[in-house]
Ligand binder design. Sequence first.
Ligand code: ADP
Ligand code: MG
Ligand code: ZN
Length: 426
Amino acid sequence: NYTWSNDVKDILQIVFQLESFRPKQLSVINATLSGQHVIAVMPTGAGKSLCYQLPAMVQGGLTIVVSPLVSLIEDQVRSLTSKQIAVKYITSTTPKEQITEILHTISDKHCNMKLLYVTPERFAKSKRFMANLQKCYANGRLQRIAIDEVHCCSQWGHDFRPDYKYLGILSGMFQKTPILGLTATATAHVLSDVQKMLSIPGSLVIKSTFNRPNLYYKIIKKPTSQDECISIIENLLKHRYRGETGIIYTNSIKDSEDIAIELTKRGLKVGCYHANLDANDRTKVHTKWHEKKYQALAATVAFGMGIDKPDVRFVIHHTISKTMENYYQESGRAGRDGNHAECVTMYRMQDIFKVSSMVFSSIGNLDHLYGMVKYCLNGATCRRQLIAEHFDEDWGDTDCNKMCDICSDEQSEIEEIDLQWHCKTL
Ligand code: ADP
Ligand code: MG
Ligand code: ZN
């Protein structure tokens, strides 16, 4: 028991209206409240935000939250504001007068702001921001610095953001302020790189299991012709996933467009999302999907971080991912609400060659791709176990609960028959 234990419990229930903690949330909260630098590694949907939002309400002072995306910041600020929590944010689009007011507040000894969200470039580009943060620190009011999506610090991560490198100065500049980094990227070399970048060697790493018991993993044999591939997806959307929302990942912009167009022709509501859309169109497409006006988006990996839809019921990979790590992140966007969701991958050998040239030019070695192929080619080992091995975890052999096609062979047979039936009816 800690001096704050009762407060923590009360705040969880009264302010956040939650009954109990999810795995590792309390460990992270206790560790950061005791003043240590912590890196929290938890899968998507595990509830990382609470690990800094709740401590912000326990002690006095200000928590700075660094977050890479304006949309993520806006969502969180909206939700905290509805809980009557004093929170503000600064992004590149915040009007000057507003920034002045916020900075004035944080440098004030009697500031009652609990959380301030900022995008990382704030630390690099604004001397005024840094000066006021220093005042806040000098007043003994800089309680904690939370860095969300902290893997963005690392070049090895799947989402490197150059602005994150400026965060390396914080631990030296604010020596008494604990840093809390949060990520869903568990790879050991990314984590040690993150510690190095933040100059917090030896910081406590708290990792929760990456097992997502509510996700059903499945591989489908991918036909040679694009038309047949699309028929499989059409069949899934019209039957198995009827009335549900999901994502179809492809590895090229052209595929995402072709699939969306063809499925639309066949009477489905499917949009497409990729890096060539301008910001306006991206928001439009994302919103339509969020509001269930699209059943699915055919998307490249440009559709990624910032998807905050809890009830994504399926993620279909039309082409394998570049690495197991990428696959886990992409498929992991399904089922964040904890309810049953499915991760289906369409696999054929030719795609290895298609993907390998991309992998080789961006990563420089193919080991990571082999992990992905091993996952698909396997016909005997539980898919979940292969994912666990990838993350150096042991989920035990009872953990699957028939939640992969290997462990529930009945399911995959049904798919084979459906498929043949479907091809015959074309
Ligand atoms: P992450 O950042 O790890 O992907 P979030 O912080 O966005 O996850 O949380 C995912 C969802 O889980 C949110 O809807 C959040 O309200 C919910 N959540 C977080 N902690 C708990 C909890 N202890 N009990 C119930 N729901 C929770
Ligand atoms: Mg998060
Ligand atoms: Zn299994």
